[in-house]
Design a protein around this ligand. Structure first.
Ligand code: F6R
Length: 247
């Protein structure tokens, strides 16, 4: 199902409200709320609204546990382009989350230690009973997380090689494509798929062609986001421009 809004601000407000409802429900039950989070442009207004809810409407993140989708590899957490830095600046520094409850793939690991880290990441998600709500953006390659074309539907958290188009799209952040890491650690399609609720955000005409493929195209590893069609728990949330090519 696709929910189309007049603009991304209205859509982001509804998505943040849904996340806040889950956080509050879990608080009432005395349980952690487990959020799967994305970086990039798409979720920024959702995070801004969550910060507003914290500041103005008493929303507490004291029971919130987060798992980010991905991180470049290799990268230092304090690098300008790291997803640790992004998440702190866009959300964590502005709410009352316990940073001990924040999980982001570690871009500093030696390559030989990555497989064990990835397995532990999956186990840690499971130890909390799985992800309550997973936020996603979509890349122009059809990637979700950094699951590029060719990713298997049952893939788990792992080290992947970034697609050329993805690296070109990231080149502005890194001051040239040659500076963009060639790899990343990402949750798998299978990891994402297990979340109890999945919300994919897409804004602007730049996403129209890939949203059409993701929503209406045949399921194929060429467009990893098409695997989401098989889930009853997915909502595609777009503005009118990103939905413009849907039939
Ligand atoms: C980010 C991520 C990526 C982005 C996608 C869209 O954590 O996993 O899949 O969601 O590349 O990026 P934006 O939102 O910048 O268009």
């Amino acid at each position: 199902p696709v929910k189309i809004y007049d603009n991304d601000a209205l859509a982001s407000r509804d998505v943040a409200a849904r996340i806040a409802t889950i956080i509050r429900q879990k608080q009432a039950e005395g349980k952690p709320a487990v959020l799967g989070l994305a970086t990039g442009i798409s979720p920024i207004k959702v995070y801004r609204e969550l910060i507003r809810l914290h500041r103005e409407e008493g929303l507490s993140f004291n029971n919130v546990v987060t798992f980010n989708l991905d991180e470049y590899y290799p990268i230092q957490p304090d690098a300008g382009q790291s997803y640790v830095r992004f998440m702190k600046e866009q959300l964590f520094d502005h709410v009352d989350i316990d940073m001990g409850n924040v999980n982001i793939p570690d871009g500093r690991l030696a390559e030989k230690d990555v497989p064990a880290f990835c397995l532990a990441y999956e186990q840690k998600i499971n130890s909390y009973g799985g992800i309550d709500v997973q936020l996603l953006g979509i890349g122009r390659t059809g990637h979700i997380g950094f699951n590029e074309p060719g990713s298997a539907p049952n893939s788990g958290t792992r080290l992947v090689t970034l697609n050329e188009l993805t690296r070109r799209d990231a080149s502005k952040d890194f001051g040239g494509k040659e500076n963009v890491p060639t790899k990343a650690i990402t949750m798998g399609i299978g990891t994402i798929y297990k979340a109890r609720e999945i919300i994919l955000l897409a804004w602007s005409g730049k996403k129209a062609a890939i949203i059409r493929k993701a929503v209406e195209g045949e399921q194929t590893s060429d467009v990893p986001a098409t695997y989401l069609q098989g889930s009853a728990n997915v909502q595609f949330v777009t503005d009118t421009e990103a939905a413009a090519a849907l039939t």
